[in-house]
Design a protein around this ligand. Structure first.
Ligand SMILES: Nc1nc2c(ncn2[C@@H]2O[C@H](COP(=O)(O)OP(=O)(O)OP(=O)(O)O)[C@@H](O)[C@H]2O)c(=O)[nH]1
Ligand SMILES: [Mg+2]
Length: 240
């Protein structure tokens, strides 16, 4: 790839939000600072805390920020899909997803963008050498470890961190695997998507990241979601 084609490459970072008013402005600005080719798309699900309004304010003087407002909390999986649709329609070559709570530090973006030179999907991974998690209680660590072991085994994935939401996709992957028929939401969306990508023969690489505690606001993932994810992974494995 030539230096000029590299420069013309457009990168989309999707931030799904539900009640992230305290995080969205700061995080969006920080993401944009990482690389001038980056645009941010916030997919907000009618957050009652005014997240959407914060993004509208940002948009007034920042043309690199885009916003999709959905009427209610429709789930993380379909928020990613709305973002992928936008990314494909608007001609971005690389599409990233990140949590909007500072758990995924934007400083890893440049390394992940670089990594996409020689792979199709890059995952910001907690479970490879150099990666980790800050300040999680033991039961959450155990649950996450178990969820990964379960998904890796059932879906026969090489990927160490199957539930990581910090990812970058080459547009060819999104065109090639038809993510739009992934029906699961939340964690199982991520596991099913990793499975589809690897089954389609695309290459996956991991970049170590340290997952940090969210800066403000509260967690939106319900425990129901975890059981649902376990079930969906089993169904996916049986479809194989
Ligand atoms: N658009 C949209 N975003 C969502 C939805 N549920 C969660 N999110 C966002 O998805 C990202 C991840 O959700 P979190 O609540 O941080 O989940 P988590 O990282 O497992 O939990 P914590 O570690 O406690 O933060 C955040 O940016 C949320 O605002 C949803 O239904 N719709
Ligand atoms: Mg989080």
């Amino acid at each position: 790839m030539t230096a000029s084609s590299r420069l013309s490459e457009r990168i989309l970072v999707i931030l799904p939000t539900y009640n992230e008013a305290e995080n969205v402005t700061g995080l969006t600005r920080l993401v944009l600072q990482q690389d001038e080719r980056i645009d941010v798309l916030v997919v907000d699900d009618g957050s009652p805390d005014g997240t959407g309004e914060r993004v509208e304010e940002l948009r007034a003087d920042e043309p690199r920020v885009h916003l999709i407002r959905r009427p209610g909390k429709l789930g993380l999986g379909t928020a990613y899909l709305a973002g992928f649709r936008f990314g494909l329609d608007e001609g971005y070559s690389l599409v990233f997803t990140m949590d909007c709570d500072f758990s995924h530090n934007p400083r890893y973006l440049s390394q992940m963008i670089e990594k996409l030179r020689d792979c199709d999907l890059v995952v910001g991974s907690r479970y490879v050498k150099g990666g980790g998690i800050e300040n999680w209680p033991w039961y959450r660590l155990l649950l996450s470890r178990f969820a990964n072991f379960y998904a890796r085994t059932l879906l026969r994935l090489e990927l160490r961190d199957c539930t990581a939401g910090f990812r970058g996709y080459r547009r060819e992957v999104l065109e090639g695997v038809d993510p739009f028929d992934v029906r699961s939401s939340g964690y199982s969306f991520l596991e099913e998507m990793a499975w589809k990508v690897s089954r389609a023969g695309f290459s996956i690489a991991e970049v170590p990241i340290v997952f940090e505690q969210r800066q403000a606001g509260s967690s939106k993932i319900e425990s129901r979601e975890i059981y649902l994810a376990a079930w969906k992974v089993l169904i996916t494995a049986l479809r194989r």
